[in-house]
Design a protein around this ligand. Structure first.
Ligand code: HEM
Length: 495
């Protein structure tokens, strides 16, 4: 049995950690040149087998969950942070049911209520002159500066807590929640994935914060129950209460609490990173900001210059903004590596890679397998001007985008779904910022709703520009964030 080619490295156990850690996209593209679509590299003693291209995405994202296990790949990172009995600390069938419960919370009538809440939070954030002082909206016509990631992270947690996380969490943010979140987040890093338990302060803080965070949610659930659950809350806690597994067992309080933590962690950095990259690219392209702004004017400005509030249905009809988000997710998918651990040997399809015409590679049980949509989304073989941020490539499903997929379409006849926030359904699509298959993201529509509303609310009120080069991506965090300096200049619009 042939194993896939092993990436050559100097230091035995360390392996390719430096190349992969510095810039995984370049590392994968370089390896593809030398070894083809499938190769194995050593990462601090672990064997990781990478499968690239749409077919590679399909091999892993469409692989059998009983063989390619997400829980075996992630649980040692996620369980100390989320808590027990949810997501990757339970059988996969239970996760599938938990995702169904969450989907129930992410329903249309809730989304309708969220738009004005998000808008309100962004306006409050811009106007407030208290702790953050990121925007000081009084200096009309003067240019100010803000660190985009700091600002968007703050806005993301404020808007997510006001909507999904619920009133009590939103209130707690003004108290000590921020520190607890920071400590928990400090335990969600590549180091913690590689070494689940080290005697270091970040691990102790993580464990304490998990307990505090879990208690906070359990307390909210109990208080609501004592009050008779009569409120008309539109948040996720309300949706999760009273949900039952197929075997009749109700979701217990600690399970609800831990799902809430998982959702917080799943949505916070992914949306903050995406919002930051969107604003950075817009700040570099005033003509596209103008298009986004004019789209807002067309849909929402009253004759007297005031703005009409957005409705969920309106947001779904803003093609310029939609293309901006979609294109940003193409170039900056927050998650660059999706991992599974093999519970059995797996044969690589010959059409993806093979040692010879009649041979096949076999990836051995125990290997991590890795899929990277971050590579297929900027692959020069698949996309026109693949490293250029060009929202217009998505503008016309019949034209530009089809050309963007030309080679791929020609060879595989793949279909791309151009619904709102739903481009990447198939496991073989080259465009998968939200993953694909069984573990696909269920937060996509919420993320589009949140990002659209935040960006629109900001762009209505400020002009933005970038005085520096586009920041480089930092691949050493779990989520690909822009490195410093990442200041955006802004100036308040007339009205
Ligand atoms: C799964 C990306 C926002 C909840 C995933 C996966 C990706 C992803 C790539 C697949 C992971 C894998 O296969 O290993 C994103 C991006 C987001 C985003 C780019 C924002 C721009 C959210 C939000 C929520 C959320 C806001 C919750 C409200 C989840 C859940 C899963 C998931 C529950 C399923 C995990 C599984 O089945 O194993 N996301 N996500 N995500 N995401 Fe998101």
């Amino acid at each position: 049995k042939s194993r896939p080619p092993l990436v050559w490295h100097w230091i035995p156990v360390f392996g390719s950690a430096a190349g992969y850690g510095q810039d995984p996209i370049q590392f994968f593209l370089d390896c593809r040149e030398k070894y083809g679509n499938v190769f194995t590299f050593v990462l601090l003693g672990r064997r990781v087998t990478v499968a690239l291209g749409p077919e590679g995405n399909n091999f892993i994202m469409g692989g059998k969950h009983t063989v390619m296990s997400a829980e075996d790949a992630y649980t040692h990172l996620t369980t100390p942070v989320f808590g027990k009995d949810v997501v990757y600390d339970c059988p996969n069938e239970m996760l599938m049911e938990q995702k169904k419960f969450v989907k129930f919370g992410l329903r249309l009538e809730n989304f309708r209520a969220y738009v004005s809440m998000i808008e309100d939070e962004v306006i409050q954030f811009m106007n407030k002159d208290s702790s953050f002082r990121i925007f000081q909206m009084n200096d009309i016509n003067e240019w100010g500066r803000f660190d985009v990631l700091d600002a968007v992270s703050e806005i993301t947690i404020l808007t997510a807590s006001r909507t999904l996380q619920g009133r009590e969490v939103r209130e707690a943010i003004n108290k000590n929640y921020a520190q607890v979140f920071a400590d928990l987040d400090g335990g969600f890093t590549p180091l913690h994935w590689l070494f689940p338990n080290l005697p270091l302060p970040s691990y102790r803080k993580r464990d304490l914060a998990q307990k505090k965070m879990s208690d906070l949610y359990i307390d909210i659930i109990r208080k609501r129950r004592e009050a008779g659950n009569t409120s008309d809350e539109v948040d996720m806690i309300a949706s999760l209460c009273n949900q039952k597994y197929r075997n009749g067992k109700v979701l217990e309080d600690h399970e609800i609490a831990h799902i809430m933590i998982a959702l917080l962690m799943a949505g916070q950095h992914t949306s903050s990173a995406t919002g930051s990259w969107i604003l950075l690219h817009l700040a570099q392209r005033p003509e596209i900001v103008e298009e986004v702004y004019q789209e807002q004017v067309k849909h929402f400005r009253n004759p007297d210059g005031t703005w009409r509030s957005m409705e969920y249905e309106d947001i779904r009809q803003l093609p310029v903004l939609d293309c901006v988000i979609r294109e940003t997710l193409r170039m900056h998918p927050p998650i660059h590596s999706i991992m599974r651990k093999l519970r059995d040997d797996v044969v690589v399809p010959q059409t993806l890679a093979s040692p010879s015409e009649d041979g096949s590679y076999v990836v051995p049980k125990g290997d991590m397998v890795l899929s990277s949509a971050a590579v297929s989304q900027v692959d020069p073989l698949l996309w026109r001007n693949s490293f250029e941020w060009d929202p217009s490539r998505w503008a016309d499903p019949e034209g530009v985008a089809q050309q963007a997929f030309k080679q791929y379409d020609d060879e595989n006849g793949a279909k791309v779904d151009f619904g709102f926030g739903l481009v990447s359904k198939g496991t073989e699509s080259p465009y998968q910022p939200f993953g694909a298959g069984r573990h696909r993201c269920i937060g996509e529509q919420f993320a589009y709703l949140q990002l659209s509303t935040v960006v629109a609310t900001l762009i209505r009120r400020v002009e933005i520009k970038l005085e520096t080069d586009m920041p480089k991506p930092n691949y050493q965090t779990m989520i690909t964030l822009p490195k410093k300096p990442r200041n955006i200049c802004y100036r308040r619009r007339e009205f």
